[in-house]
Design a binder for this molecule. Structure first.
Ligand code: GLY
Length: 334
């Protein structure tokens, strides 16, 4: 694939002089200037699916796609749709905990092996934001649609609007209201976002991320999950990464992009996840102890990594025909 970039000369005395004479030098860069990925040496196996938290049925649904020779893209979408449809999952799709006003607002993004990306944020009334994100990627020239525009687009694409606030999630919200913190104070109570990455039998990687976001958040708040490079990122030349936890920390360090770039430079998925968590620790030396972030990463060889700020982050892995949940390594040791 040819990658086109423009190299602009720096604004300088010389540059200004050239501009005044109409001699701006805008030269296409060569592919040689784009750093080549370091091909990982360690051996893993494919196909592989990995998802944040205890998402056995999600990885199973994704694995089913891969076992039939399906694409990583189809696999991650199939996987993400499982918790989205589950009314008992309080942090994703139907039944997700609402914002401060009692409104369920959903964020999601998806990326394929060609570098295409789609996302929706602040979407209401549609159970499967991941599939709307995929439609954005495949049916439009945009990457992200938000709020009412995203809903209108989803309806045009044939999605059905429904009430996502279940009896149970409404009850949680009503209980929280009785004891609510002052308006505007951040609430970090619920953030079990699903991030899912897959490597298919053809060696291609895709990723998805979907969430109802932080429980009882301010109306209008959007987290990391729909932000390409924050909640999830894939570069099929290198690998993929995804995040769960407090989106504000992930966004401020562009965690998933950071992990993929660290892998490009030669770090293993595990080393890259650890480095990204340490970046948060450095930026939030006190707060990171209170609020959790977890990262997953995979590379082209089928090697994976998982790391969280604290004990408790877990992931589900499908590899070598087995689908199991594992605890992740973590930064805080006590
Ligand atoms: N990681 C999900 C969120 O903060 O919205």
């Amino acid at each position: 694939m040819t990658i086109k970039r423009r190299k602009f000369i720096q604004q300088s005395v010389a540059g200004t002089a050239m501009a005044s004479t109409g001699l701006w030098a805008c030269q296409p860069a060569t592919n040689d200037e784009i750093p080549a990925a370091v091909v990982p040496q360690s051996s893993g196996t494919m196909p592989l699916v990995i998802a944040t938290w205890d998402n056995f049925e999600a990885t199973q649904a994704a694995a089913k796609v891969l076992e039939k020779g399906g694409s990583a893209l189809d696999a991650v979408e199939a996987g993400a749709r499982v918790p989205e449809a589950d009314p008992n999952d309080l942090s994703v799709g139907l039944g997700g905990l609402p914002d401060i006003k009692g409104v369920v607002t959903l964020d999601a993004c998806i990326m394929d092996d060609l570098g295409n990306a789609g996302a929706v944020c602040f979407l209401q009334g549609i159970k499967h934001p991941i599939s709307v994100a995929r439609k954005v990627m495949e049916q439009t020239s945009h990457v992200m649609l938000s709020g009412q525009g995203a809903l209108e687009f989803a309806l045009e694409q044939g999605f059905v609007e429904e009430n996502l606030l279940t009896v149970s999630s409404k009850k949680h919200w009503e209980e929280w209201l009785k004891d609510q913190k002052p308006f505007g104070e951040t609430n970090f109570e619920n953030h079990d976002t699903i991030g899912i990455l897959a490597l298919d039998a053809q060696g291609n990687i895709s990723g998805a991320c979907t969430t109802s976001g932080m429980a009882f958040k301010l109306h209008g708040r959007v987290g990391d999950s729909p932000i390409i490079g924050a909640g999830m990122y894939v570069d099929n030349e290198v690998g993929g990464a995804c995040a769960t936890g407090v989106g504000e920390y992930v966004m401020k360090t562009l965690g998933s992009f950071l992990i993929v770039e660290l892998m490009r430079q030669g770090k293993s998925p595990q080393e890259a996840c650890e480095e990204a968590i340490k970046r948060i620790v450095k930026r939030q030396p006190k707060l990171y102890r209170e609020y959790e972030v977890g990262y997953l990463a995979i590379n082209k060889s089928g090697v994976y990594g998982a790391y969280g700020t604290e004990k408790g982050f877990e992931y589900t892995l499908y590899q070598d025909g087995e689908n199991n949940k594992y605890p992740a390594e973590h930064f805080l040791k006590s």
